[in-house]
Design a protein. Sequence first.
Length: 209
Amino acid sequence: MEEMLYEKAKDHTQILLRTARPSDAERLVEIYAPYVTDTAITFEYEVPSVEEFRSRIEKTLEKYPYIVAEQNGRILGYTYASAFARRAAYNWSVELSIYLDMEIRRQGIGGRLYQAMEEILKEMHILNMNACISWPKAEDEYLTKNSVQFHEHMGFHLAGEFHDSGYKFGRWYNVVWMEKMIGDHPENPKPVRTFPEIREKFTGNLLES
């Protein structure tokens, strides 16, 4: 049954995108947990509780998009945006995060999630998408270069590298920042809108309700 599910994941006509709900927290923790326990993709040491994850979803949705990819009622992956930095001058920039079920990576679902995210962020008047990515000095059992390659494929470019910035599994990892400009940078940019303000435009179109 599980194998059949992941085979069907290759058929994108069966996959819908929708806004995350607080009630998705348990499944999202299930997806995220192996990234915490078995990889250096995230630098978290402990798997967050369902309650903590529910709170994160609710907090994000107050301003930013939080999108899941779902097939036959089962979530296969998710992406969300967050503030790049706290100062008001950074309002036009966001940081993106994305996690997929370990069994369905490299099937184009991550690309669909990011493409949807980009369309939504443009409508919010966001101009810069940024990603903070763990980077191995040499690939090992905990971290490869796949995430950087995925972001390159999605049109991101390397902005900078920080050395020995994260310590996990008894070793030090570098961090790279990647960026993608999704709009022009005029002298007087349009004020940034929140996701709740523009959500209805995408409901029933790009996103299911």
